[in-house]
Design a protein around this ligand. Structure first.
Ligand code: ZN
Ligand code: ZN
Length: 413
């Protein structure tokens, strides 16, 4: 193996009051990342380009050297969830969410309080799959509040989602639901938007009065009564091939992305959300992800040139404004996965690239355009360094756009 890429989702952050005006990464105790930083170079990465607020899919598509393309997420997530797609099938990423009513349109919570158990999601999905539509479709819950939705047939993907927060250029949350709208004058785009809107309206009627949600209200929990959709895609994204790469992955987006790139995907089942404590589930998932990645590297490193490891959990405390949790997760990754890599990389002459797909500053509770720190370990002469946004800004790699990252450091040769 020549190189390992570790993407720590949403790791970039801004100084936070709760951490004495440090960022979670800066405040975290990360001796193993610092070891690698000391023997390498640092810099700042604009995952897509300066001023752009990336979603995870847009960032990884760019970091892997592709031009940013519209309509990838639904396709990648549906493929990652194991749904077979043919050309023209319209795939979308879905969140179970909470709204007050279709009349008032207020989004109460984008993730139904992050308390929807796996079992509840499966029961609600069963009810949704019985909706009557003029086309075939499949609704598949994935991890926690997440799901994918696929409409079968010859659809246009040139339509918006129904959550204006995710329309590029918006850096503030918009807490009103909207309809999916066509983004061109084509009849098929109008038709496609209509079908999605019809489904979402019918889904609300079913979800809002479903016994699962009545029970949730009784327990004082938010009902999962609405579906927020985005990332419409009806064609397989054309991505650069990465055939000699190993991808230990577990979230549908990363699985789908890796498969479309031709990587070898090895995966595990994410722990089910059984209790109301979504952070307990996240820590369980994080532990599994780190252990699994270590095992996958040990077992397969001779058969592949590179590995792509994407740790998802760290993005969530950013969205929830929990800087201490975020710092704790970064420290956990450092003392497990990165500790292993620190010992594993030098004798095997493996280069290590650690970065994030975007910043999710806790105090903003959403992704931002701020650049993310990059650490590139190439076993160079040790210098005193701590891996953080601040030190990376002074790093020798300078400022890099996502698409140029691998070229700049000679990764994937
Ligand atoms: Zn992300
Ligand atoms: Zn995020």
């Amino acid at each position: 193996m020549k190189g390992i890429l570790v993407i720590i989702d949403g790791m970039g952050d801004l100084p936070n009051k709760l951490l004495g005006e440090k960022t979670p990464l800066e405040d975290a105790d990360t001796p193993n990342m610092d070891f690698l930083a000391t023997r390498g170079e640092m810099g700042l990465l604009y995952p897509v380009k300066p001023g752009f607020i990336p979603e995870s899919d847009e960032a990884i598509v760019s970091i892997f050297g592709n031009d940013l393309m519209f309509s990838t997420r639904g396709q990648l997530e549906a493929r990652g969830a194991g749904i077979d797609l043919t050309r023209g099938d319209l795939a979308m990423r879905v969140n179970f969410a909470t709204i007050d009513s279709l009349e008032d349109k207020n989004i109460i919570d984008r993730r139904a309080g992050r308390t929807l158990t796996t079992e509840e999601a499966e029961i609600l999905a069963k009810a949704l799959n019985k909706i009557n539509l003029p086309c075939k479709f499949v609704f598949e819950p994935t991890v926690q509040h997440r799901a994918v939705l696929v409409f079968r047939g010859g659809f246009s993907d040139n339509i918006t989602g129904n959550d204006a927060t995710y329309v590029q250029g918006k850096s503030k949350e918009v807490n009103k639901i909207s309809n999916c709208k066509p983004m061109d004058e084509e009849d098929n785009s109008q038709y496609s938007a209509n079908i999605v809107n019809e489904f979402i309206g019918k889904a609300f009627e079913i979800l809002n009065k479903h016994p699962i949600n009545n029970e949730r209200r009784r327990k004082g929990l938010l009902p999962a009564n609405y579906l927020l959709v985005r990332g419409a895609g009806s064609e397989k994204p054309k991505l650069k091939p990465y055939k000699k790469w190993l991808s230990p992955s577990y979230m549908p987006l990363e699985i789908g992305f890796s498969e479309v790139c031709g990587m070898k995907v090895v995966t595990f089942d994410y722990p089910k959300l059984e209790s109301l404590d979504s952070y307990e589930n996240l820590y369980e998932g994080l532990e599994k992800a780190c252990n699994f990645s270590i095992k996958a590297l040990k077992k397969n490193h001779k058969d592949f040139d590179y590995a792509y490891i994407h740790i998802k959990e760290t993005d969530l405390p950013g969205h929830d404004n929990k800087p201490v949790e975020k710092k704790t997760m970064i420290e956990y990754i450092d003392k497990t996965l990165i500790k292993f890599i620190r010992k594993f990389a030098p004798p095997n002459k493996i280069k290590v690239l650690i970065t994030a797909d975007h910043s999710t500053p806790c105090k903003l509770k959403h992704h931002s355009a701020d650049p993310v720190p990059v650490l590139f370990y190439n076993n160079s002469i040790p210098k005193e360094k701590k891996f953080s946004e601040k030190e990376a800004a002074r790093g020798t790699l300078g400022r890099i756009n996502g698409k140029d990252l691998f070229k700049k450091i000679g990764f994937n040769k």
